[in-house]
Design a protein around this ligand. Structure first.
Ligand SMILES: Nc1ncnc2c1ncn2[C@@H]1O[C@H](COP(=O)(O)OP(=O)(O)OP(=O)(O)O)[C@@H](O)[C@H]1O
Length: 362
C-alpha cells in the first residue's frame, strides 16, 4: 500500500501518473489543529468515528477523521487511506494526509467541505434547491462515480448516498467517505468482503461478495437520483411505501413523470427533461443489473439534459443565472436537436419514437 511508505510531503503516482501529495502529520500536529479534538470543532460522526474541523499550521482548513475508541469498524479509515491515496479529482473529497495515534490507529486529513452534505441540502434546508441546481449536483455526483469506475483498476464505492456527497465552498458536489470502497482486482480481499452499504440504497442483486460490480454503485446512484428528483428520503417510514424506489418506479412506468418531482419547487418546464431524468433513474435501479447503464452513460445523459435544460431555461423562471447562456435561436434549435439525438442514442430509443408515449421498458 502506497501510503505506508509515505513520508512528509511524499508523492504517490496514480495510474495516470499524476503525483498525489500525501502529508504525514504527527498526532500532536492534529491535536493542535483541532484544539485537542475539542467538541467545539466537531463536524459530525460516522460509523468509523468522529470528524473534526481543523486548521493546519499553514492556515488551511481541513477535516480530520478520527477513529472511535474502541473502534466500531476496524478497517474503515485504513481502507479510506488506501483507496484515496491512489485517486485525486476535483469531484472527490481528496485525501491530504494522515497521522497515527498511540494505539497505531490512523487518522485521516481530508479536504474541508464547508457547505454540508447533499442530504442536508435536500432534506433539512428550509429553502429546497431549485431544479437547475439539483441537476448540476446530480451530474457532478455522476461524474464522481464515473471517475472511480474508470480508474485503473476500477474502484467501487459501495456507499453512494446523499449523506456521502459533500458540498464544497463553491457549492459543487464532491463524493466522500471511502470507508467501504473496494478496488476491483481479483484478490482474496475482494472475494471475501461481505456485502455492505446503507439500507435504502443497497442493490438487491448484491447478496454475496462475488455479486459486487460497478452496477452496484449504479443502483445506489439511481436511488440518489430519485431522492434528488422527488425530495423524498431513500427510506422514510413516515411515507407509504417507505422506499423511494417502490413509490417512484410504478409512477414512472405509468408515464406519470410529473408526479415524482418535488412539489416544493417548480419541476423542469420541458416535458422531455422531466421524462428523461426520471427514465435515467429508473434505468439505474433496474432489477437486472446487466441492463443498467454504466456510470459513463449516466453522466453523459445527465450532461446532455443539463444543456437542454439550460437552453430551455432561456424562458424558464426556475433557472439559475449562471446556467443561462446567450444563444441565438437558430443555433439553439440546432444544438437542441443534437442533444436530443444524443439522448435518444444513449437511452436506446429510435429517433422516430421520440414521444412521451413511447418505450417505457425499465
Ligand atoms: N470533509 C469534510 N468536510 C466537512 N464535514 C465533513 C467532512 N467529512 C465528513 N464531514 C461531516 O461529518 C459527518 C460524518 O461523516 P462520515 O463520513 O464520517 O460519516 P457518514 O458518511 O455521515 O456516516 P457513515 O460513516 O455511517 O456512512 C458528515 O455527515 C459531515 O457532516
Amino acid at each position: 500500500m502506497g501510503y505506508l511508505s509515505c513520508k512528509t510531503d511524499s508523492s504517490i503516482s496514480t495510474a495516470d501518473s499524476h503525483p498525489i501529495k500525501i502529508q504525514e502529520f504527527t498526532y500532536k500536529d492534529l491535536q493542535l489543529a483541532t484544539a485537542n479534538f475539542s467538541d467545539s470543532k466537531l463536524l459530525g460522526r460516522g460509523s468509523h468515528g468522529l470528524v473534526y474541523k481543523a486548521v493546519l499550521r499553514c492556515g488551511r482548513l481541513v477535516a480530520v477523521k478520527k477513529p472511535s475508541a474502541p473502534p466500531l469498524s476496524p478497517n474503515d479509515l485504513d481502507n479510506e487511506i488506501d483507496i484515496l491515496s491512489t485517486l485525486h479529482s476535483p469531484c472527490l473529497v481528496n485525501l491530504l494526509g494522515f497521522s497515527t495515534n498511540a494505539h497505531g490507529r490512523r487518522l485521516l486529513v481530508v479536504e474541508f467541505m464547508s457547505n454540508g452534505t447533499l442530504y442536508d441540502v435536500l432534506h433539512t434546508n428550509p429553502r429546497p434547491p431549485n431544479w437547475p441546481r439539483r441537476l448540476r449536483l446530480a451530474l457532478q455526483t455522476a461524474r464522481a462515480v464515473e471517475t472511480l469506475h474508470s480508474s485503473s483498476p476500477p474502484v467501487i464505492h459501495r456507499d453512494i448516498k446523499s449523506a456521502n456527497v459533500l458540498i464544497d465552498r463553491n457549492l459543487n458536489a464532491r463524493l466522500g467517505d471511502f470507508g467501504l470502497a473496494l478496488r476491483c482486482v481479483d484478490d482474496y480481499r475482494l472475494r471475501s468482503t461481505p456485502p455492505a452499504g446503507t439500507m435504502g440504497y443497497l442493490d438487491p442483486c448484491y447478496v454475496t461478495p462475488d455479486n459486487l460490480s460497478t452496477k452496484t454503485d449504479v443502483f445506489s446512484f439511481g436511488i440518489l437520483l430519485l431522492e434528488i428528483i422527488s425530495g423524498r428520503k431513500a427510506l422514510d417510514m413516515a411515507n407509504s411505501p417507505p422506499s423511494v424506489v417502490d413509490w417512484a418506479i410504478p409512477l414512472i412506468r405509468k408515464g406519470k413523470f410529473s408526479s415524482v418531482y418535488d412539489p416544493r419547487v417548480p419541476a423542469p418546464r420541458d416535458a422531455r427533461v422531466r421524462k428523461m431524468v426520471a427514465v435515467v433513474a429508473a434505468k439505474c435501479v433496474r432489477s437486472c443489473r446487466e441492463r443498467r447503464p454504466s456510470m459513463k452513460e449516466v453522466a453523459r445523459c445527465l450532461g446532455e439534459l443539463s444543456k437542454l435544460n439550460s437552453w430551455n431555461g432561456l424562458s424558464n423562471p426556475c433557472i439559475m443565472g449562471e446556467d443561462v447562456g446567450i444563444v441565438e435561436t437558430p443555433l439553439k434549435n440546432q444544438l437542441e436537436l443534437g442533444v436530443r439525438s444524443n439522448l435518444m442514442e444513449l437511452m436506446g430509443s429510435p429517433k422516430s419514437q421520440n414521444r412521451a408515449t413511447t418505450t417505457r421498458r425499465f
